[in-house]
Design a protein around this ligand. Structure first.
Ligand code: TLP
Length: 341
């Protein structure tokens, strides 16, 4: 029985064409700035995001954390949605690495309002941490793959700017937002000071992320990347995979979104399952089971359907490059079997 892996879009394996691009990549020592493939990737990313410069880094976590280090000093605070990746899944890095205090704000499927941001900013007062940064996420992972409507994003960014805050965007899945909304990734990114993107999620590269921003910020980011041990040498073999992904795997994200919608529609017909198909925007589906999530995960694992629990009764399914239309059909059959047994 072939396992169907919905745990994350990080589980994809490089395609034969991507592996060829990696094998043929021209390389050099990137710490000397001499890897032509990395340099090309950084230029392309900056262009696509409408920002001046970009830096290739090993992971989304490192891209986000370099941004935290760029914008904040110890004792400063970062305003962010309560479920955001930077505070939920990065090993406590905002405080462990930089001495930053997180200020979590409750969102609606990951989205904030301008009023919330304006109210959360601290007045200048010796008792208070300094509010320094607003960090947003598009698409929002724990929110269920939510796309930030551009106008709302602009208003929230404006509220932050008015209060003198810098703005970072965790765009690990920004290209999913681009495809779902039909809006270029740059429309969101160019409103920010820094934006991170990942090549190893829906885009299907084995490794790699980038952080983009002004030339001055990215120059400093290079120093922080080195400090964190992220200075890579002949990284062109990895950058080649990322370039291939940008060229060939962006438009196809629409397929993952269609598969996610079909999965939601199929699950909505089953008993013991709560899903909201109308809320599926991209490739992430949140599902609530009547039975405990841990029980459903082990039943489904035994049937070759892999997924992750996100709460006591909730699970997350993520569609990606290695899940075909036939896999979705087969997964629905297996899930029905798990619910009936
Ligand atoms: N997310 C992973 C897990 O860490 C939860 C996943 O399976 O979804 N920002 C966002 C919004 C992310 O979802 C992730 C990865 C990252 C950053 C971090 O990327 P990596 O794993 O490359 O450090």
């Amino acid at each position: 029985m072939k396992p169907i892996d919905f745990r994350s879009d990080t589980v994809t394996r490089p395609t034969p064409a991507m592996r060829r691009a990696m094998a043929e990549a021209e390389v050099g020592d990137d710490v000397y700035g001499e890897d032509p493939t990395v340099n090309r990737l950084e230029e392309r990313v900056a262009e696509r995001l409408g920002l001046e410069a970009a830096l290739f880094v090993p992971s989304g976590t490192q891209a986000n954390q370099i941004a935290m280090g760029l914008h904040c000093r110890p004792g400063d605070e970062v305003l962010t949605e309560a479920g955001s990746h930077i505070i939920q899944y990065e090993g406590g890095a905002v405080s462990a690495l930089w001495g930053i205090q997180p200020h979590p704000l409750p969102g609606d499927r990951g989205l904030l309002t301008p009023e919330q941001v304006a109210e959360a900013v601290r007045a200048e007062n010796i008792h208070a941490p300094r509010s320094r940064l607003l960090s947003l996420e598009n698409t929002h992972n724990r929110g269920g793959g939510t796309v930030w409507p551009l106008e709302r994003f602009r208003e929230v960014v404006e509220a932050a700017r008015k209060a003198g805050l810098a703005v970072h965007l965790d765009g690990a899945r920004l290209f999913n937002a681009q495809v779902a909304a039909g809006t270029p990734a740059a429309s969101w990114a160019r409103l920010t000071d820094t934006t991170s993107v990942c090549f190893s999620k829906g885009l299907g590269a084995p490794v790699g992320s980038a952080l983009a921003g002004s030339k001055a910020l990215i120059l400093e980011a290079r120093r922080l990347r080195k400090r964190l041990g992220g200075g890579m040498r002949q990284a062109g073999v990895l950058a080649a995979a990322a370039l291939h992904a940008l060229e060939h795997h962006v438009e196809r994200l629409a397929e993952d979104h269609a598969h996610t919608r079909r999965l939601a529609a199929g699950l909505a017909e089953m008993t013991g399952v709560k899903v909201e198909p109308a809320r599926v925007e991209t490739n992430i589906l949140l599902v609530e089971f009547a039975r405990p999530a841990s029980e459903m995960v082990s039943r489904l694992t035994a049937l070759g359907v892999l997924l992750n629990a996100t709460g006591t009764h909730t699970v997350r399914l993520v569609c990606h490059l290695d899940i075909s239309a036939a896999d979705v059909t087969e997964a629905l059959t297996r899930i029905r079997r798990a619910l009936e047994s």
